[in-house]
Design a protein around this ligand. Structure first.
Ligand SMILES: [Zn+2]
Length: 197
């Protein structure tokens, strides 16, 4: 019997037989856990490379500038996180982990596994990369960071002028590419390739 594990709640179920375009939902958590229409490896690789290119300006260009008492100061994601390291080290760690480290590593893992399929190779590291991808996929939280940033910006508009900068545009595009990568990633497809099924 062919089984499948839900990525969201780890429930083991029998693999359903689906027609093209159909999506199976987990009987316990009711989230999509198996689908037939996923992007091909070359498209996933192209998306991953796009995300890796976008990561550089999204993390290093200023996201927004604040004008207060005649002084205008801008900060990028990394500077913003490091500014809090003395007062709130846990917050700094969470931002750096969920909004910088995990999305970068996850994109690298998907690029590596997609490139392996494209080139028809099964490198020894591929199994570890697929396991790492399954662990990281739950911790990529660029969307949470963006919402927190926008809420903070709205809150301080009563005391200061807030100007959004170019880094925010790159960040939003990166977020869209990241969400597409995660929603189109099928761990089943990659594992089946590794096992030569
Ligand atoms: Zn589930």
């Amino acid at each position: 019997m062919d089984t499948i594990i839900c990525n969201h709640c780890d429930m083991v179920s029998t693999r359903p037989i689906l027609r093209s375009g159909q999506v199976a939902k987990c009987p316990r958590c009711h989230r999509a856990f198996f689908k037939t229409n996923t992007l091909k490896a070359n498209k996933m690789f192209a998306l991953a490379i796009t995300a890796l290119i976008l990561i550089i300006p999204a993390f290093t260009f200023p996201l927004m500038s604040i004008h207060l008492l005649g002084i205008t100061e801008g900060a990028n994601l990394l500077q913003g996180a490091l500014m809090m390291i003395e007062g709130a080290p846990v917050v700094t760690f969470v931002i750096l982990f969920c909004a910088v480290l995990v999305p970068t590593l996850l994109t690298l893992c998907i690029a590596y596994s997609s490139a392996s399929i494209m080139l028809g190779k099964r490198p020894p590291l591929l199994g570890y990369v697929l396991k790492l991808t399954s662990s990281l996929i739950h911790w990529s939280m660029l969307d949470v960071y963006l919402i927190s940033l926008l809420v903070s910006a709205v809150k301080i508009t009563s005391d200061a002028d807030v100007y959004f900068s170019s880094g925010l545009c790159f960040f939003v595009v990166l977020l869209i590419v990241n969400i597409t990568l995660i929603s189109e990633y099928s761990s089943t497809k990659y594992w089946k390739y590794l096992r030569n099924e």
